[in-house]
Design a protein. Structure first.
Ligand SMILES: Nc1ncnc2c1ncn2[C@@H]1O[C@H](COP(=O)(O)OP(=O)(O)OP(=O)(O)O)[C@@H](O)[C@H]1O
Ligand SMILES: [Mg+2]
Length: 238
């Protein structure tokens, strides 16, 4: 079992969006056994999206067979040490029956936060950090990745919400700046895509979904996203 988390210490950078889409791609497109642990209490955005989608589909008389969906487990009231043991046991139990476990955390990185606990316990294979053209997000992403690497945690950075108006040279310079700390940046830059935005709360955003992965549409709209998923999951090509 491989354990992956899109994570950043900044809010609204795309953690939940990418964790959700990665789980959906692995399960519905690659046919792999995926599950999500949602640590982002009390909002549980990822888990909430699933509930909203199910309600929307049930109202339309199109309820999916829930056994065909990947499980999303809410980790409530995380408490350092006690909860870490519970999560560790959960992961040991799941190891034989899952290919990929995805972790969605809130945007805080302090002592006692689940992300730091799990990293220190060596329970995460890869942390993928979204960057965007914003000074605070860039510097916070660089220091997060450096701290994680110093803890022995494998990381990968990538540029998200790319508009295409930025000068290509800017990315080259930023990549050089990140390489100063020995950090790895993905060559796959993710476009800012209106259809990826969190929609009005009605469960009808088919592109940003926990119950399906419209691969053909995604290939057309944002092909780099699939290439990034192939890179982070190790499940490339066919
Ligand atoms: N490539 C993209 N194109 C367009 N919108 C995007 C892209 N990536 C993320 N977003 C949007 O950015 C917003 C924040 O994303 P998301 O909720 O996934 O971030 P988060 O890091 O999980 O936030 P939080 O810190 O609140 O948990 C959402 O509206 C999401 O749809
Ligand atoms: Mg989130």
């Amino acid at each position: 079992m491989r354990t992956i988390s899109f994570f950043s210490a900044k809010g609204g950078t795309g953690k939940t969006t990418f964790n959700m889409l990665l789980a959906s791609w692995l399960k519905y497109e690659k046919g792999l056994r995926a599950a999500v642990l949602d640590f982002d209490s009390p909002e549980f955005n990822l888990s909430y999206t699933r509930k909203r989608e199910l309600k929307y589909l049930q109202n339309k008389g199109q309820a999916p067979d829930e056994k065909q969906l990947y499980p999303i487990l809410e980790i409530e009231d995380y408490e350092s040490k006690k909860s870490l043991q519970i999560v560790r046991n959960l992961m040991i139990d799941a190891a034989g029956s899952l290919d990929v476990l995805i972790l969605d955390f809130g945007g805080s990185f302090n002592d006692g936060d689940p992300v730091l606990d799990l990293v220190q316990a060596g329970l995460v294979d890869l942390i993928v950090i979204p960057l965007e053209m914003d000074g605070m997000i860039l510097s916070s992403g660089k220091s997060l990745a450096s701290v994680l690497e110093q803890l022995g945690q494998k990381t990968l950075l990538f540029f998200n919400k790319v508009h295409g108006k930025e000068k290509p040279q800017l990315y080259v310079e930023l990549e050089r700046w990140l390489a100063e700390d020995g950090l790895t940046v993905s060559t796959h830059r993710i476009k800012n895509t209106v259809k990826l935005r969190r929609d009005a709360d009605n469960g009808s955003n088919f592109l940003r979904s926990t119950v399906s992965f419209p691969c053909k549409e995604m290939q057309e709209i944002n092909p780099e996203l699939i290439q990034l998923f192939e890179e982070v999951s190790g499940y490339g090509g066919d």
